[in-house]
Design a protein around this ligand. Structure first.
Ligand SMILES: [Zn+2]
Length: 379
């Protein structure tokens, strides 16, 4: 059993009793039992916090510390249920995954004997939520911001996200958009397990799954919790001197049908309009974190073709990307005319209606964005 989890014992008594008395009358410790014991509190028992502190750092100060620490973790949704005796482990309900389908008490929770800090970890593979909270005034915390540290450290996998091979329905959906099964396969496109048709686009960095975006056939989008802010298709641009940036996962797949592997997509939507403010510093540039987190990859490119959507937000996105990437190395695609009323809007529309060769030509005829760019002359 993972994490040394004990079977649940439901004893109708208070944890403090186990300090003196073992359920089998032996003198050996029974931490496993203690961990999973539930306390049914009655009016006649002394305050539980006081009782819990009997064998740790006692006194009024210690109690205040323990209460303060419990309040901190309660803000994160952890219900200590009066079980958190300093120095011992308790199995609580994880506020992040609620113990999954089996509703397990999967959160192993521990307050150190000195009541300086609490730590926890959910032992469910799919969750792995872990963190620490520090008592006020303890030596190890340098300020409020450091008082609570929370992280999910478990590696995402296709299994943990419940991804499965594509159904014929979804393969058909892509075929209508002229995207072939082998392209879907190379990009690891799968579907979410369940009755509904939900397409999953895995986000990878150096082959490792770092996130996942989902899309229903009627264009509803959401992403896996903990998804890294990064470009989609990042590994495909790692060695490229010339890259193409598009505005959606399906456009990235469309570029591949037209022969461009060196393409990545922005992960989220476009801005309404181009900002008239100064560029924020990278750490404050929240809407474009995905760009800064991939800076190492983008820095290698000497030429970047922006093939964002033809609508106003798509054009604003191209402009905002160019401001950050440097206009002098950016080229912009002009989508061809569809009919008298307007032009095609994105790479997939061109692929679907005009075919891969036409899409290739459109990309190859991108225009330089820098107003000062000109062919070198002898003048
Ligand atoms: Zn959990």
């Amino acid at each position: 059993m993972p994490f040394g989890v004990a079977q649940a014992h439901h004893l109708n008594s208070c944890p403090r009793m186990f300090v003196k008395m073992k359920p089998d009358g032996s003198s050996g410790s029974c931490a496993a039992l203690r961990r999973s014991v539930r306390c049914s509190r009655t009016e006649s028992t002394p305050p539980v916090t006081e009782a819990r502190l009997q064998h740790s750092e006692g006194g009024v100060a210690g109690m205040a510390k323990l209460r303060g620490l419990e309040q901190k973790v309660e803000l994160l949704g952890i219900d200590c249920e009066d079980l958190s005796r300093p120095g011992f482990y308790s199995n609580l309900f994880c506020p992040k995954c609620r113990g999954g389908q089996k509703v397990e008490r999967s959160l192993s929770f521990h307050i150190v004997q000195s009541v300086e800090f609490a730590m926890w970890r959910c032992f469910r593979m799919e969750c792995g939520w872990a963190g620490q909270a520090f008592a006020d005034g303890c030596k190890s915390c340098d300020g409020d911001y450091a008082a609570i540290k929370v992280s999910s450290t478990v590696q995402m996998t296709e299994d943990s996200l419940r991804l499965e091979p594509l159904s014929n329905k979804i393969i058909g959906y892509f075929a209508e958009r002229k995207i072939l099964e082998e392209t879907l396969h190379r990009n690891g496109v799968k579907q979410l397990s369940g009755k509904q048709c939900v397409i999953s686009f895995p986000y990878k960095r150096k082959g490792q799954l770092v996130g996942c975006k989902y899309r229903t056939l009627d264009k509803k989008f959401w992403q896996e919790k903990g998804t890294e802010k990064a470009l989609y298709g990042l590994d495909d641009i790692s060695e490229a001197d010339e890259i193409v940036i598009v505005e959606g996962e399906i456009d990235k797949l469309s570029l591949e049908e037209a022969g461009f592997l060196n393409c990545a997509s922005v992960p989220s939507g476009a801005p309404v309009k181009v900002s008239n403010k100064e560029l924020p510093s990278p750490d404050k540039d929240t809407a474009f974190q995905y760009l800064w987190s991939c800076k190492d990859y983008l820095d290698k490119a000497s030429r970047i073709i922006l093939a964002t959507d033809g609508d106003a937000p798509g054009q604003a996105l191209a402009e905002e990307l160019a401001r950050r990437l440097g206009k002098q190395r950016c080229w912009k695609v002009n989508w061809p005319k569809k009919d008298d009323s307007g032009s095609f809007n994105d790479a997939n529309e061109v692929l679907k209606h005009l075919g891969p060769t036409a899409l290739r030509e459109v990309i190859e005829h991108a225009e330089a964005m820098s107003p000062t760019y000109s062919e070198p002359s002898n003048a």
